[in-house]
Write a protein that binds this ligand. Structure first.
Ligand code: SAM
Length: 189
C-alpha cells in the first residue's frame, strides 16, 4: 500500500499527481534517474511540456531512455546544463517546478547540488512561476554541504513577501538520520 507520508519523495509524487493538469508547462530542475520527470510528462498530456535539467550526462541519458520507454519523449525538453542557467532556455511561465537536491541515487555521491547555483536557480524559478503555480524543494541535510545549502534555501524562502507567496516547510520530527526537508512555495498573486 502506497503511503503518502512515508517520505518527501512520496509527498512530492502526490503533489505531482494531484496538481499537474493537461497542457501545463513544468520543470524538473534535477532529473537524476528520471522518475519524477516521467510522472510529470504523464500528467501534462500531449499538449503540455516538461523541461528537465541535470549536469550529468548519465542522468540525462537515463531520463531520455525512461521517457522513450514510456512514449513520452515528445513532451520533454532535456537540457544538460546547470539549472542556474535555466533563464537561457526557458522563457515560458511555469506551472509546477521541482528540485530534488543532493546526489544522484546509485550514482556518484561526490556530485551534489551546491548552495550558490541552487539559490541562483531558485530565484529564476520563483520569477518564472505562474500565479497559482507550485515549487517543491526536497532538501537533504545529511551529506557534506547539505546543511549549508538548506540554511541558504530557508533564508531565501523565509524572506519572500507573504502577499505574493505561501511557503510551507515539511519536516519529519520522529525520523532518524537527517530526513530531508520538503519546502512548498505557492505563488499567490
Ligand atoms: N529526482 C531524481 C530521481 O527521481 O531520480 C533525483 C535527483 S538527484 C537527488 C539530484 C540530481 O541533481 C543529480 O542527478 C545531480 O547530477 C543533479 N545536479 C547537481 N547539481 C546540479 C545543477 N547545478 N543543475 C542541475 N542538476 C544538478
Amino acid at each position: 500500500q502506497y503511503k503518502i507520508l512515508n517520505n518527501t519523495v512520496s509527498i512530492t509524487k502526490s503533489y505531482i499527481k494531484s496538481y499537474i493538469k493537461q497542457g501545463q508547462v513544468v520543470l524538473d530542475a534535477t532529473v537524476g534517474n528520471g522518475k519524477d520527470t516521467v510522472l510529470m510528462a504523464n500528467m501534462v498530456g500531449d499538449s503540455g511540456k516538461v523541461y528537465g535539467f541535470d549536469i550529468q550526462e548519465i542522468a540525462i541519458e537515463k531520463t531520455r531512455e525512461l521517457l522513450k520507454e514510456n512514449n513520452l519523449i515528445e513532451r520533454a525538453i532535456l537540457i544538460k546544463d546547470s539549472h542556474e542557467n535555466l533563464n537561457k532556455y526557458i522563457s515560458l511561465k511555469l506551472d509546477f517546478i521541482i528540485y530534488n537536491l543532493g546526489y544522484l541515487p546509485n550514482g556518484d555521491k561526490s556530485i551534489v547540488t551546491k548552495s550558490t547555483s541552487t539559490i541562483k536557480s531558485l530565484k529564476s524559478s520563483l520569477n518564472l512561476l505562474n500565479y497559482n503555480g507550485l515549487l517543491l524543494i526536497n532538501s537533504y541535510i545529511g551529506h557534506v554541504g547539505g546543511l549549508e545549502e538548506n540554511i541558504q534555501i530557508e533564508n531565501l524562502l523565509k524572506d519572500l513577501n507573504q502577499k505574493e507567496f505561501n511557503v510551507l516547510k515539511h519536516t519529519f520530527i520522529n525520523q532518524k538520520n537527517n530526513p530531508p526537508i520538503l519546502y512548498i512555495v505557492e505563488k499567490s498573486s
